[in-house]
Each structure stands twice: as structure tokens, then as C-alpha cells.
Ligand binder design. Structure first.
Ligand SMILES: Cc1ncc(COP(=O)(O)O)c(C=O)c1O
Length: 376
């Protein structure tokens, strides 16, 4: 049985953006930092290229560095070998789902949510149980959603801060989710890829509430190393060995060069916090400007670098809307159908991981466009 995998429509917008002539495009369609890797990471990579043959390798120093990072950020003591180093969060998700679930298992997740969750689940012959989450829970899963599912799912994916909304699940709700999952025998996979990128207070790790949760992390977002393909699966103590065995068979090891550079990135706090300051400024500018364009149905993002905006008063077709907006204004955004096949036709997602000058330019271009817009 071949699973139906939906395309990533933001890529269609990106391709269209690259075909546009005569317009400088502001790329707000992809969730990727426009800044490069930290300076020390790049310097380290140059040095490694000149001096190291590089081969299959799992860096103990990086595992220890990540353990220190968790101690510093969350006050948790974690054995370094529980970090399985992967080529980003994407393989870490595949790893957790393929090593610990069986075909046909039901996995609950929020809708809207990151497009790959649904598609990876389908590709692995797992069953996505999508839970429509609206403004009342700031588009996030709540324990009550999981409580109501019959039969209980085998797994639950939580993401806080989330893509596409940037909203954070409050600590008390994370605790309730952990309790319900424990009581109902569901394993929790917590995608914490946007940790570090927060504006309203730090995001708690699911591990603080459920020591048996699988946690997914990455160097792609806060550490600004998206194309270096480096991340981790933090597995429960009794499951790390199995996860590592699966990882070796499916992916071998993460790039050696990136592992060396990643270790340096863990220490580049001043540089990385300066990026967060830029995102915070961009977020605030957009949150102030968009309501002036009639776009006021937004859950203000607590983290990540996204604004998920309800444009239902203007369109029933978010893909066509994003294409038109791009062609008319040169501002590229992602259509909501990437994140929500049911209600996403009424939403678009802006990524504000661009410069502040680009954010200001985008606002200036969008203002007259939205002012002239009514639903066809
Ligand atoms: C929520 C979420 N999880 C995982 C990923 C995959 O990230 P990576 O580049 O680490 O594979 C992304 C990428 O945008 C994401 O938004």
C-alpha cells in the first residue's frame, strides 16, 4: 500500500518567487533563519576541513555538550549517551516513530501542525489522528483532547513552540498532557526544535513532566545551521540503545563536519541571542502592523518565528491567495493548507526570520495591497 504524501506548497511558492522577474522578493515562506551559522562554528569547520579526513562518527564531545546545554537551560541531568545525533530533527522524528511504533498505531497531533508530521506518519503506515485546534487553545493540543480520544492513541506528538503558530503550551497543560498520556499508555514525542526562540518567557521541556518522553531537537533554528543537517533524538534511558541501533541502520551518522561545528555553536550564545532580538523586533512590528490591514485574528506567537494569520474574510483558497500576493507585492508567504488540510485554506503563515529592514519593507508593500482587497 502506497501512502498518499501531500506536497509542501510553500515550495511551490518558493519556485514561483524564483521565477518572478523585476521584483526583489521578500522570502517569508520558509521557516529558516536568514543568518548563517555562528562565526565560531564556521571557523571550526574551516579548520576541520584542512586537518581531518572525516568519517562515520558520533561525537561524544557533542553529546556531552548537549547534556551541559540541558543542564544550563532546564536544570536537568541527562546521560550524554541518551542523545542520538541525527541529520536534523526530520530523521529524529522518523527514528522515534519507526523504532517504537508499529504499523497501524494511532498517533495524535494538533491540526494545524508541521506538514511533515502527517506525511511521515502516513509514509510509515502509522495513522495520524489529527485534532482540530482553534483559537480557544491557541491552536495547541490540550490534555482534554487526548482524554477524549477513543481508543487511546499509542503516541502523541506535541510541539511547543509550534509551527505554524509559534504558540507555547503552558507548563500546567504540559503537565496535564504528560499525566493523561501516562494514564492512557501513550508515548509522547515532543518536538522542541524552536526552543531558544521565545519572546514571552522560556519554553519548558516535556522531559520536566514526563521523563519517558522522546524529545526532538535541532541545530536548524536557534543555532541558525539549517543546511548543516544536525539534530538529535533525546531518547528515554531504556530506549536509547534501540534508537541508536535504528539510527545506525537507517541513517548511519550525522555529518562529521557539522558535529564539530555544532559543538562550537552551543557556546555562541551572544551571537545567537542577537538573532532572537531581531526576531522579537520583527514580531512586534508585524503584530502592530497586521491589525491595521484588517488581519487581527492571530494568536500572538510566544516563540519560533511565525505568524499564522486568518485571512478567511478575504479568501477560501490560501494557495491562490499566496500566489497572488507574491506576484503583486513580492512578499512570499506559506499557504495554510500546508499545515491544516481542513481549515488551512483560510490561513497564511509569515516567517519573520528575515532582517528587520525586510520586515519593514514587507509591511510597506502589504499595506496598500490588503487595503485594496475584498473577498472575490
Ligand atoms: C516543527 C518542525 N519540526 C521539524 C522540522 C525539521 O527541521 P530540521 O531542519 O531539523 O530537519 C521543522 C522544519 O521547519 C519544523 O518546523
Amino acid at each position: 500500500m502506497l501512502a498518499e504524501i501531500d506536497p509542501f506548497y510553500a515550495m511551490e511558492i518558493n519556485r514561483l518567487a524564483h521565477r518572478l522577474t523585476g521584483k526583489i522578493v521578500i522570502h517569508m515562506e520558509y521557516g529558516q533563519p536568514s543568518t548563517g551559522a555562528p562565526k565560531a562554528a564556521i571557523a571550526c569547520a574551516h579548520q576541520v576541513l584542512d586537518s581531518d579526513g572525516m568519517g562515520y562518527w558520533e561525537s561524544r564531545a557533542l553529546q556531552e555538550g548537549l547534556a551541559a546545554h540541558y543542564r544550563r537551560c532546564y536544570g536537568l541531568t541527562i546521560a550524554p549517551e541518551r542523545f542520538i545525533l541525527t541529520c536534523g530533527a526530520s530523521p529524529a522524528l522518523v527514528l522515534a516513530l519507526s523504532a517504537f511504533f508499529a504499523p497501524g498505531d494511532r498517533i495524535a497531533l494538533a491540526r494545524p501542525g508541521y506538514v511533515a508530521y502527517r506525511n511521515v506518519l502516513k509514509a510509515l503506515h502509522l495513522v495520524p489522528v489529527e485534532i482540530g485546534c482553534g483559537p480557544e487553545t491557541r491552536y495547541q493540543l490540550a490534555a482534554s483532547h487526548i482524554e477524549m480520544l477513543e481508543p487511546a492513541p499509542q503516541g502523541v506528538i506535541v510541539a511547543s513552540p509550534a509551527n505554524p503558530t509559534g504558540t507555547i503550551i503552558p507548563d500546567a497543560e504540559l503537565q496535564r498532557i504528560a499525566d493523561v498520556c501516562r494514564a492512557r499508555g501513550c508515548m509522547v514525542i515532543s518536538d522542541e526544535i524552536y526552543h531558544g526562540l521565545t519572546y514571552t518567557g522560556p519554553a519548558a521541556t516535556m522531559l520536566a513532566f514526563d521523563p519517558n518522553a522522546f524529545v526532538i531537537g535541532s541545530f536548524s533554528k536557534y543555532f541558525s545551521m539549517v543546511a548543516w543537517r544536525l539534530g538529535w533524538l533525546l531518547a528515554p534511558e531504556d530506549k536509547a540503545e534501540r534508537a541508536r541501533a535504528f539510527c545506525g541502520n537507517m541513517f548511519l551518522t550525522a555529518p562529521s563536519l557539522s558535529q564539530h561545528a555544532g559543538l562550537e555553536a552551543l557556546e555562541a550564545t551572544d551571537e545567537l541571542e542577537a538573532h532572537v532580538d531581531v526576531y522579537r523586533t520583527n514580531r512586534d512590528l508585524l503584530l502592530k502592523a497586521l491589525p491595521r490591514f484588517g488581519l487581527d485574528r492571530i494568536a500572538p506567537p510566544d516563540g519560533a518565528f511565525y505568524l499564522y494569520v486568518d485571512v478567511g474574510h478575504l479568501t477560501d483558497d490560501s494557495l491562490a491567495f499566496c500566489k497572488q500576493m507574491l506576484m503583486d507585492t513580492g512578499v512570499a508567504a506559506a499557504p495554510g493548507i500546508d499545515f491544516d488540510p481542513v481549515d488551512g485554506r483560510h490561513f497564511i503563515r509569515f516567517s519573520f526570520a528575515v532582517s528587520t529592514a525586510e520586515t519593514e519593507d514587507a509591511i510597506a508593500r502589504l499595506q496598500p495591497w490588503f487595503a485594496a482587497r475584498t473577498k472575490p
